[in-house]
Design a protein around this ligand. Structure first.
Ligand SMILES: NC(=O)c1ccc[n+]([C@@H]2O[C@H](COP(=O)([O-])OP(=O)(O)OC[C@H]3O[C@@H](n4cnc5c(N)ncnc54)[C@H](OP(=O)(O)O)[C@@H]3O)[C@@H](O)[C@H]2O)c1
Length: 228
């Protein structure tokens, strides 16, 4: 397995990278600013610079990896997201077009498994989060594009993201459009994304995740298998 991670400098993406590195998986981090990324990511990670909004830069990164090591990336994880700001095209450009570009290049280059971080409530148009320039709407369009792509995929829809290492609540996984509220740590989101690569039960599924008190802990295999 060799992983291409988009959004690798992000709060969730960097945790995904750390987990992959911890498992000995070679990682190519696709970043907008390699110098800034070098300080954030483990030294063994290969950095490729580009933007998800520029499909050619993704192609170039994939090609460079293949030609320099004779082995292309086999899995792709996308934890990109428009940074909150005043650009009304951000969610369209990053969450939709950006993921669409990644999916297109993943198809061209024979990626075997595409994991996308989306969001709880992605399919709800009348949701307050869509006041941020239709962010959920564009994530949902990207999900649909991935599902129609023919790629093997896992779409992870987390609840509100937290960075609380002391959070001991149990992870709960549910099928698409069943959870509407809750939160989960980015650490757990990263774990789910990485576990998905190893478990056939995760393939071609949308999983919604939150953490809850008093839930029964289950192994990842059983959680993925429990999602239709
Ligand atoms: N916040 C929440 O409560 C919540 C809840 C559910 C789902 N989500 C979703 O979960 C995902 C991860 O969230 P997060 O808070 O961990 O993310 P984050 O820290 O905001 O990181 C976003 C990542 O996307 C990258 N990015 C943005 N535009 C890009 C571009 N044009 N080309 C390449 N990379 C680009 C950023 O790169 P730079 O470092 O260069 O900016 C960064 O690495 C996002 O999709 C988010 O929408 C968030």
């Amino acid at each position: 397995m060799k992983a291409f991670v988009a959004g690798a400098t992000g709060a969730t993406g960097s945790k995904i990278v750390n987990q992959l590195v911890g498992r000995g998986v070679p990682v190519v981090a696709f970043v907008r600013d390699a110098a800034a990324a070098r300080d954030k990511l483990p030294i063994e990670v290969t950095l490729k610079e580009g933007s998800v909004t520029d499909k050619e830069s993704i192609r170039k990164a994939m090609d460079q990896v293949r030609s320099s090591t004779n082995e292309g990336c086999t899995v792709l994880l996308s934890a990109t997201g428009a940074r909150p700001g005043f650009d009304p095209t951000g969610p369209y450009q990053v969450d939709y077009e950006g993921n669409k570009n990644l999916i297109d290049v993943a198809k061209e280059t024979g990626i075997e498994h595409f994991v996308m971080v989306s969001s709880l409530c992605a399919s709800r148009f009348f949701h307050p989060l869509n006041l941020f320039f239709l962010i959920l709407y564009w994530k949902h369009q990207a999900e649909a594009y991935l599902q129609a792509s023919g790629l093997t995929y896992t779409i992870v829809r987390p609840g509100g993201l937290k960075d609380d290492d002391a959070d001991t609540r149990t992870l709960v996984m549910a099928p698409a459009d069943t959870l509407s509220e809750g939160s989960v740590t980015r650490q757990k989101v990263a774990e789910v994304c990485v576990e998905a690569l190893y478990l056939p039960q995760s393939r071609n599924k949308i999983v919604e995740i939150v953490a809850q008190d008093n839930a029964n802990p289950q192994p990842y295999e059983a959680m993925f298998a429990g999602v239709a």
